[in-house]
Design a protein around this ligand. Structure first.
Ligand SMILES: [Zn+2]
Length: 122
């Protein structure tokens, strides 16, 4: 089942997730600490930040850290957010489901295409 085009709000949340992920991959702890400090003054305005953190916790960091390409993938994904093509499958042009993007924010392909790629690769 295809997903839907991402709203500006969704794009902003995924951008946050990607920036947090980038912080982990580059060891940019300062950025993470700054995020934590921002979150400490949590008012109703910070609900979106909390959402980004929740996404972030769903990430499979171990898997990402084993992948030397991960940082480049994250940077590419941030670039796609700027170009507003983020969330669109590079293979079939359908929109990637948000559930998948939450687990793999730098995903280039929808789950169907990804399975095909992996099947061909092995
Ligand atoms: Zn696809």
């Amino acid at each position: 089942m295809p997903g839907k085009k991402l709203s500006d709000k969704d794009l902003e949340l995924f951008r946050e997730s990607l920036l947090l992920l980038r912080g982990v991959l580059t060891g940019d702890v300062e950025y993470l600490e700054q995020e934590a400090l921002d979150g400490a003054g949590a008012g109703s305005e910070n609900r979106e930040d909390a959402g980004a953190e929740a996404y972030f916790q769903e990430l499979n960091l171990e898997l990402l850290q084993r992948d030397g390409e991960a940082l480049r993938e994250v940077d590419d994904a941030l670039e796609r957010i700027e170009q507003r093509t983020y969330g669109q499958c590079e293979t079939c042009d359908s929109w990637i489901r948000k559930e998948r993007l939450r687990a793999v924010p730098h995903a280039r392909n929808c789950i169907d295409c990804q399975r095909r790629v992996e099947a061909e690769g092995s």
